[in-house]
Design a protein around this ligand. Structure first.
Ligand code: ADP
Ligand code: MG
Length: 692
């Protein structure tokens, strides 16, 4: 453990294990972590005993099996290490079986029909590949969560399966290319996390933020993000203090928080960790989100993780940087010195291109949610059309391979015409911030995930679909006499068949929408249609064949996503109607009362005030409009709830409730521009975005 950073000081990581476990136990546990061989109960008992001793020293009194749910949230049930014997003496106890398995009545968690309340048993199983840690006097044990019948009830189990699936295909692929040494292929992920910080005193007065995570009404102040002065701007002292404390907390928990900066929107920020193995990255990202919220409160701030907390400024995403690495540290997506000769690189790249083109719908589905729908397709975020940015150099390379000729593009140097400044080699691709899936030199950056949810689902799909392509490639390589010739033939074929997914231009332009339609790429711009990808036989058959999910698990995910969408919009509609009717309208009427009293007394004194009269009329009309819009919204909600078929109900919420909410919002926001600030009953966008 590094003393300066205290990195991992609260983690039962490799160093602690090596120090505290017997050589045999350490070896068995490493075999389980590295090679997936089962852990004997005796070894589990020894690990548990040692983990308990270590956790007690770190101040823990409890342990908990830490679970990720299909909704993307995490949950925990704490058990004390306490054991009281018949003589009433208190002892500490923690066995191997309490470490590896937990059982709980979990019927209240959404299961999408996988578990009826009458069969409530849910089991948690220790994921020893993601280290346990102590936080708030509790030993957290990362676990997978499944039903009595073995169906996955979480996002972690499918992710772990997808890692094994991709490992098998990756190793087979490397063998097919003649590499006999590689034993493991692992997806690595660095998830950049965007978020907003607002002052708690304003947050506490906004029912919409408290109940839904986003503002449902609010007018932008005269200044928004147009000057781009917040992006990478220097940090306000309070924000800097928050970031430093967050870093410390995360480092102790073994989360490699690395880069922090202000983002484009006012009050928006980003944290990027150093990449790690994908299941650890997913656990660490969950921890990061939790700690962001907790540390913010200590600074009188509230951290907003919603994808679109404010209308009119950028929303927040979670850029998922993904690459594939072998156990000997070789990045399969790194072009190397001679990319043209690097068949591993060329074919891995081709496999990703083929996979993304074949199953773009699954990637969209994996990030679809009510929250993210306000972001995707809007101007700051990637559009709802999946395409891949490769950059000039790699696109050029693929073109050359197609035509079989020419020299590789030479890497360029940057010259600034100032002798004292260094000259350096340029990266082999510029950045394209508009692309949803961009190759960035040695990894792909998937930019569609929203800021609020776990990265487990998108990586589960990404791993699985790439594995599917690698298998197809290996079939061909294994059957070929001349591997090298076959490898180039495969690259050419894949680019010819799937080149339509490559787009290096501006993804925000209307021309691209038209061009993408011509290319036959799908534009799935709402979550309800996105979830339908789980019903498509082509997608289902592949996921079931690859054993990433079984049929019942897919069905349950479909149901959970649809229901979660409906419930979210339902809560938002109810919250908005309540704010409109119980906060905004009464305030507006009070102001109207004041204005009309002023008007009457002026008139009584014979003073003509046409401007005041006009104000009165406009505001009175605005209040009528708001009242009518709110009544209409409530009626629409009642009608939508009545639709019994799930998809039709979700469509009704999408097509009827969202527009009815917009009408209420427009009426509110127009009034906000008319009513005296001291009468406005809730904190404004100015308070939230600029008074941090
Ligand atoms: P950007 O400038 O694109 O915002 P950041 O430095 O903020 O870049 O984030 C890039 C992320 O990508 C970091 O989390 C980083 O650790 C991660 N990353 C770098 N190399 C790899 C790789 N080979 N595989 C996966 N992730 C990577
Ligand atoms: Mg970044």
């Amino acid at each position: 453990m590094d003393k300066f950073f205290e990195f991992g000081s609260m983690v039962f990581g490799d160093e602690v294990m090596r120090e505290r476990l017997s050589e045999d136990t350490y070896h068995s546990l490493r075999q389980t972590i590295d090679c997936g061989s089962p852990l004997e109960l005796a070894a589990a008992d020894a690990v548990a005993e040692s983990m308990k001793g270590w956790a007690l020293e770190k101040g823990a009194t409890h342990f908990c099996h830490w679970v990720t749910h299909m909704t993307g949230l995490t949950s925990e049930k704490h058990d004390a290490f306490l054991f009281v014997d018949v003589k009433g003496r208190a002892l500490t106890s923690f066995s191997g079986s309490s470490l590896i398995k937990g059982e709980s009545d979990a019927s209240s968690f959404p299961s999408g029909g996988l578990r009826a309340t009458s069969e409530a048993r849910g089991y948690t199983a220790w994921d020893c590949t993601s280290p346990a840690f102590v936080k708030e006097q509790t030993l957290y044990i990362p676990t997978a969560f499944c039903s009595y019948h073995g169906e996955a009830l979480d996002t972690k189990t499918p992710l772990l399966r997808s890692m094994e699936i991709l490992n098998a295909s990756g190793v087979r692929f490397m063998r097919a290319l003649g590499n006999k040494k590689v034993k493991r292929v692992t997806p690595l992920v660095g998830a950049e996390q965007e978020y907003f910080l607002v002052d708690k005193q304003y947050y506490d007065k906004r029912m919409d933020l408290m109940l839904t995570g986003r503002t449902l009404l609010g007018k932008l102040p005269p200044k928004g993000q147009e000057l781009s002065d917040h992006y990478f701007g220097n940090l306000k002292p309070r924000v800097a203090a928050f970031m430093r404390e967050l870093d410390r907390e995360l480092w102790r928990l073994g989360v490699s928080a690395h880069t922090e900066h202000n983002e484009v929107a006012p009050a928006q920020h980003e944290l990027a960790p150093i990449f790690s193995i994908v299941n650890i990255a997913a656990d660490n990202n969950n921890l990061t989100m939790e700690m962001m919220k907790k540390v913010a409160l200590r600074h009188g701030l509230v951290c907003l993780l919603h994808e679109k907390p404010f209308k009119g400024v950028n929303g927040s995403g979670k850029h998922n940087n993904w690459s594939l690495c072998t156990d000997d540290g070789f990045n399969m997506l790194k072009p190397g010195k001679n990319p043209k000769d690097n068949t591993v690189f060329l074919l891995t790249l081709a496999a990703v291109i083929e996979a993304v083109d074949n199953y773009a719908e699954l990637l969209i589905m994996s990030v679809a949610s009510a929250g993210n729908s306000h972001r995707l397709g809007a101007h700051e975020a990637p559009p709802a059309i999946v395409s891949i940015y490769l950059g000039e150099e790699v696109t050029g390379l693929l073109k050359q391979l197609e035509t079989d000729g020419g020299e590789s593009a030479q890497s360029k140097s940057l010259k600034l015409d100032v002798n004292t400044l260094p000259q350096f080699k340029l990266d082999n691709s510029d950045r394209n911030r508009t692309s949803p899936f961009a190759y960035t030199g040695n990894k792909f950056e998937f930019r569609m995930p929203g800021s609020a949810v776990s990265i487990a689902a998108c990586n589960t799909f990404l791993n699985t679909i790439v594995s599917d392509s690698l298998d197809r490639i290996s079939d061909r390589l294994e059957a070929a006499k001349d591997k090298k010739t076959e490898a180039y033939a495969l690259v050419k074929e894949i680019i010819a068949a799937h080149g339509r997914i490559i787009f290096n231009g501006n993804n925000y332009s209307p021309e691209w929408v038209a061009e993408a339609a011509r290319r036959g790429l799908k534009n799935i711009n709402n979550p309800v249609d996105a979830f339908a990808a789980l019903k498509d036989p082509k997608n289902r058959n592949m996921l079931i064949r690859k054993k990433a999910y079984n049929a019942a698990e897919l069905e349950s995910r479909y149901e959970i996503h649809m229901l979660s969408y409906i419930k979210t919009v339902n809560i938002e509609a109810g919250t908005l109607a309540e704010i409109a009717e119980l906060q905004i309208l009464p305030a507006v009427r009070k102001y109207l009362g004041e204005l009309s009293a002023a008007y009457s007394s002026l008139a009584a004194n014979g003073i003509d005030s046409p401007a005041l009269f006009a104000d009165l009329g406009r505001i009175a009309l605005g209040a009528e409009r708001l009242s009518a819009a709110s009544v209409a919204l409530k009626a629409a909600v009642i009608a939508a709830r009545d639709t019994s078929e799930l998809r039709a109900r979700a469509e009704s919420f999408r097509d009827n409730i969202l527009p009815a909410m917009s009408a209420v919002r427009e009426a509110c926001d127009a009034l906000e521009g008319e009513v005296a600030a001291e009468y406005w009953p809730i904190p404004t966008y100015f308070d939230l975005l600029f008074r941090v």
